[in-house]
Design a protein around this ligand. Structure first.
Ligand code: ADP
Ligand SMILES: Cc1cn([C@H]2C[C@H](O)[C@@H](COP(=O)(O)O)O2)c(=O)[nH]c1=O
Length: 222
């Protein structure tokens, strides 16, 4: 029975690496998949991992119809045995419905990879639809860590290393961006996401004689 599987986690937890491994293992056994993505950091039509691997993919903007594309492909005699969809948080809910239809009507496995929540810890619409429709949601086993050593569960957006909470939901970027005026991201545990405490601000707090140590209880925020 074909499945829609949503592999989810924070940024930098190995989702794209796993996508490339699934692709490698299946193509090594003679299967032929289609790889889709949206807004990869490596550029349009690429699926890239921080481990240095990159492969070509079909870019899927809002107007792209996964179901129609695959029906077209199969009816013109081309092959597709499974589907990989990276950066799935950026797909529209309608596109996630198309992927579910690919599983049910075309009987193809669909492996979708993406972050569930944005920098404000709100669900991306595409990820919400995946949670609603997927046969399975798999949380990646390699834990990304907060600077405090706890499991990172949240994505913070940073500018100059400081967490920001205003801005567009979609801003393509990478972790470890500490430059002033450059949007970057940092993964944090919930406690430090709620307190807006990134590695840089924790370091600054420790160095300042005016503030309490980071892990002392503080008045809860709004
Ligand atoms: N230099 C490195 N050596 C070993 N592992 C690394 C290195 N750089 C990145 N990684 C691994 O790659 C992971 C990020 O993989 P990637 O597939 O790009 O993540 P995601 O798609 O979830 O954002 C990191 O969590 C880490 O486990
Ligand atoms: C939290 C958050 C992230 N993004 C962007 C930043 C990256 O380009 C991707 C995530 O890619 P990864 O392979 O999982 O690291 O999403 C965004 O646009 N908005 C956000 O709130």
């Amino acid at each position: 029975m074909s499945e829609l599987v949503f592999f989810s986690g924070t940024m930098d937890c190995g989702k794209s690496t796993l996508a490339l491994q699934i692709e490698h293992n299946r193509s090594a056994r003679g299967l032929q998949g289609m790889i889709f993505t949206r807004n990869d950091r490596a550029g349009q039509g690429k699926l890239s991992s921080r481990l240095g691997l990159v492969t070509d993919a079909v870019e899927a903007p809002d107007a792209f119809d996964f179901y129609a594309y695959l029906v077209d492909r199969l009816s013109s005699g081309l092959r597709c045995d499974y589907v990989i969809a990276d950066e799935a948080q950026f797909f529209t809910p309608a596109q996630i419905d198309q992927l579910a239809r690919v599983v049910d009507d075309l009987e193809l496995d669909v492996f979708a990879f993406g972050i569930t929540t944005d920098f404000r810890s709100k669900l991306f619409p595409g990820s919400q639809r995946l949670v609603e429709l997927a046969d399975r949601v798999e949380v990646l086993q390699v834990e990304a860590l907060c600077w405090c050593g706890a499991r990172a569960t949240h994505n913070a957006r940073t500018v100059g290393g400081r967490m920001v909470v205003e801005g567009a939901q979609v801003v393509v970027g990478d972790v470890n961006g500490y430059d002033e005026d450059v949007v970057g991201y940092e993964v944090l545990c919930r406690r430090h996401h709620r307190r807006r405490m990134t590695a840089a601000s924790a370091r600054a707090a420790v160095l300042s004689p005016d503030v309490l140590p980071v892990d002392q209880p503080v008045t809860p925020g709004p």
